[in-house]
Structures are given as C-alpha cells and as structure tokens.
Design a protein around this ligand. Structure first.
Ligand code: MG
Length: 305
C-alpha cells in the first residue's frame, strides 16, 4: 500500500513508492513556516498561537523550543548567506536572524504605513526578498495582536535588503498568502486565501509573469483548490508545485494538472524541502510535523557531485 495518491504517471517519477509518511512530532496549536537550515541540519517552524519557533533536529529526531516569545512568526525562508528570514505577525515586519543570533528588522513599513502581518516569504536569486502581507496576524489576538490595517490592502512586496527599498508588486489579491518562483523565476505563484474574509473568493494559486526588471503582470489562475484552500507551497527543480491543502499535499505539474496527492490527517499549512539531499518534504499540519521522502529536490538547489 502506498502513502501516495497517484493521479498521473508523471507523479511516479517524483516519489519513492514505498516511502511512508512519518509523523515526527505533535503538540502545537498551529504550525507554519518550515525552513530547513542545512548548516545546522535542523528544521525551524512556527507554532504561531503559542508564539514560539520550534526546532526539529535531524540527527536525533527531537523537537525543542528554538525561541519563545519570538513575535508570532509565521513564514520563514533562507537567504543566500544561509540566514533565516522571518515574517513576524507580532512585530508586523520582515526580519533576519544574523549570525550573532539577533533578529534584525529588514522592513517594517511601506510608504510610511506599517505592514499588516507579513505571512510568507521567498528570496529571489538576485537576493531580493518577496513577501505577502495579509491581515491574519492583526485580525485578532490568537496569532498576533488586534489592529486596524494602516495600508488598507493586502499586497505582495519586494524588498531589497541592501538598500531597504520596499516596492509593492501585487495589489490585486484579497489575501495573498503562500508564494514561490518557478525555477527560471519568470513566474511567481501566489495563493489567495481571501475566502476567509470575502466569501466566494476562489481558493486559487495565481500566476504572475516576472520581467527581468522585476515588474510583475497577472497571468491568470494556475489552479483552484478542491480541498479547503492552498496556504504555503514550494516548487521543485522541474517546476512542479507541492502545495498545502485542507486534507493533503497536492502536487501540480507546471501545466497546472494535479498529478498526485499525499493525504495528511490534519490541515496542511506549508511544506519545505530538507535533508542533506533536500529530498525530504517536511510538512507542517495543524498541530504536527510530518515528513516523507521524495525523488525530487527544490528549485534553485543543485545536488553536489
Ligand atoms: Mg501562510
């Protein structure tokens, strides 16, 4: 029996047929924001309502508290120097964990107004940091603190960490949430979880064309979720999208077809490739951390040798 739900033959090449879904740990209220830190061989992830960042150590399989309180972190990623970038609901900012162990603010405002609550983040090959800014961290106290949006919209931004320059790149989403680039970075995928606030908003991943000058243009819907909604997702080196849904991880080919699923017994929030070979998919889902080995690895990473 397989832990995979194969919908298209292309999916068979991306999986290890007999690999099992592993439940690595449970005990959170809502986990999100997984990031693999290769130099430490650990995965950091957020337990947002408990205002803590947790750490899964690959060498001994244990989970411990990395930091609490931490400012209600949500999404994380790595920059090209191996530093963790964080989206903070509490601080309503994007920050970076310096090599000396301190969190440094990279961006707090756009046009003089505070961000809502940065949610998810990716780093482009040129070093710029792209992040979404919906309102989930200011809608109430559970995942941050209640506040009124100063910007009055939920946008996607591009941050240049060298200069601090922040530009808005996407303004046509209701609640932009997860985001990732295609392997050639000509496409930016953005999920919209806006049905939480505006009933009828399709729970979709949208495609944007990214020009070489960094400008962004909408190119329509990539896929619509048939299992609650898409939150965070990642792209593998062949351009397949591995995304969270309400009951599973879905894998879409670059043409938008659902080619396979990995059923998960909790609501999935996000995924991240990890392990020394980056072939282990870590899955944050509601109260727990799961993982499964794949026959793929993330975009932007080249296997050694
Ligand atoms: Mg998210």
């Amino acid at each position: 029996m397989s832990d995979y739900d194969i919908r298209d033959e292309r999916f068979r090449r991306l999986i290890v047929g007999h690999a099992r879904l592993e439940k690595l740990w449970t005990g959170a209220r809502w986990v999100e924001g997984p990031v693999y830190v290769p130099a430490a061989r650990h995965l950091l992830f957020s337990d947002i309502p408990n205002d803590r960042v947790l750490r899964f150590c690959e060498d001994n399989g244990t989970v411990s508290v990395f930091q609490t309180p931490v400012g209600y972190h949500n999404g994380h990623t790595l920059d090209h120097q191996g530093r963790v970038i964080a989206c903070e609901h509490g601080g309503r900012r994007v920050s970076r964990l310096a090599h000396d162990g301190t969190w440094q603010a990279l961006a707090t405002h756009w046009q003089g107004k505070r961000f809502n609550s940065p949610n998810d983040v990716v780093v482009k090959s040129d070093g710029t940091i792209w992040f979404t800014d919906p309102t989930y961290g200011i809608d109430g106290a559970y995942e941050g603190g209640h506040a009124t949006s100063e910007i009055g919209a939920s946008n996607v931004y591009r941050l240049d960490p060298e200069t601090g320059d922040v530009r808005v790149v996407i303004t046509d989403r209701v609640r932009p949430n997860g985001l990732a680039f295609s392997p050639d970075e000509a496409r930016l995928y953005v999920s919209d979880t806006g049905k939480s606030h505006v009933p009828g908003t399709p729970p979709a991943i949208h495609v944007y064309a990214v020009a070489t000058d960094g400008s962004v243009a909408p190119k329509g819907v990539f896929s619509v979720c048939d299992a609650h909604l898409y939150d965070g997702f990642r792209v593998d080196w062949m351009g397949n999208i591995w995304t969270s849904t309400g009951d599973s991880v879905h894998c879409y080919a670059p043409d938008g077809k659902l080619i396979g699923r990995i059923p998960i017994p909790e609501i999935v929030s996000n995924v991240a490739f990890g392990g020394p070979k980056r072939n282990r998919l870590y899955i944050t889902a509601q109260t727990s951390l799961y993982a499964i080995y794949l026959n793929s690895h993330p975009a932007g990473w080249t296997p050694p040798g």
